[in-house]
Design a protein around this ligand. Structure first.
Ligand SMILES: [Zn+2]
Length: 317
């Protein structure tokens, strides 16, 4: 995937030998673990500041012990639950222009911090989507659902936010691509605008329709008070599969996304799964599910050259 320009720019490009991919996988795992740990620390600190005796209730959760939420003011609980997802999203969107404009200040840590953006940008849509989950004060559930519960947001509103969140989650892959383009020189020189054959476009379209139908079903089930079940998973996997089918994987841009981002990302996420069963099931078991699809979709958008769509990409230039 290297060409003259990328080689000339040397350290700015991410080469793709087996050793490099494995090193990048370790960096991905460390990066995601670090941002999740910081997120939980924010819950903990904000909880303590607002007078809630917050505790770490698991490897990836902080809050009050189950069943004790009624003892504390709802506004303080809402603040404790809202602070950390806001942090994750602000870090994600904030790093985008920072990585694009001043890559040199990140130095060798650029790859590490790019994953905070890859995680944090689609995280806004993800939190909007899981706002229909049940309210959990111990930190094991969805932050946005806890905030909506404490603020008494009606389920009808939460259901609409859920579907809008999934659409935003899908769209945010364009910004994920923007971040990847900003830091990866090989991406900047890779040819784009390749297409896939008709049957793949049809199948991809059906899968996108199916993914959105899954998100709508999640919202409908929330309104009926029934468990979203496999539909939440179906929405993420449907979108990832659609993007995979619609990506011309032989195109140079898609290959760069694969070797520099998707493959190390998948290995790094897989390495985190065993940690998802330490001290009860925690987020590390399933965090790959919302993180991987936007990277697959970035490969799809990369081969269609939609970078101009992103206002943040323009801002970052
Ligand atoms: Zn949280």
């Amino acid at each position: 995937m290297k060409n003259a320009v990328a080689i000339a720019q040397g350290p700015s490009s991410f080469s793709s030998s087996r050793g490099v991919v494995l090193t990048q996988s370790v960096v991905v795992a460390l990066s995601i673990a670090a941002v999740i740990s910081l997120h939980e620390l924010i819950h903990f600190v904000v909880g303590r500041i607002t007078g809630i005796p917050a505790v770490f209730t698991g490897l990836t959760s902080a809050g009050v012990p189950e069943g004790t939420a009624a003892l504390y003011p709802q506004s303080a609980l809402a603040l404790m639950n809202a602070s950390a997802p806001l942090f994750t999203v602000i870090v994600g969107f904030g790093l985008y222009p920072a990585l694009a404009r001043w890559p040199e200040i990140f130095g060798r840590a650029r790859y590490f911090f790019t994953w905070w953006a890859i995680f944090g940008i689609p995280y806004l849509g993800l939190q909007m989507m899981i706002i229909v989950n049940h309210v959990d004060s111990s930190g094991h559930g969805a932050d946005s659902a806890a905030v909506a519960g404490y603020l008494h947001v009606p389920m009808s509103v939460r259901a609409i936010v859920c579907v809008m969140g999934f659409v935003l989650y899908m769209v945010s892959a364009v910004w994920v691509l923007g971040v990847i383009r900003a830091v990866d020189v090989d991406m900047q020189v890779a040819h784009t605008a390749t297409n896939v054959c008709l049957w793949r476009r049809v199948l991809g379209g059906i899968l996108i329709f199916g993914a959105i139908a899954c998100a709508v079903t999640v919202a409908r089930r929330a309104l009926l008070g029934t468990f979203p079940g496999p539909y939440m998973v179906g929405a993420f996997l449907g979108w990832a599969l659609a993007a995979a089918v619609l990506t011309p994987w032989r195109s140079p841009a898609a290959r760069v996304v694969w070797t520099h981002w998707l493959l190390p990302g998948a290995i790094g996420m897989a390495a985190l799964i065993p940690f998802g069963f330490i001290g009860g099931v925690n987020d590390y078991a399933s965090i790959w599910l919302p993180i991987i699809p936007p990277v697959v979709a970035a490969a799809m958008f990369a081969s269609r050259d939609v970078s101009g769509v992103s206002p943040i990409a323009r801002l970052a230039r």
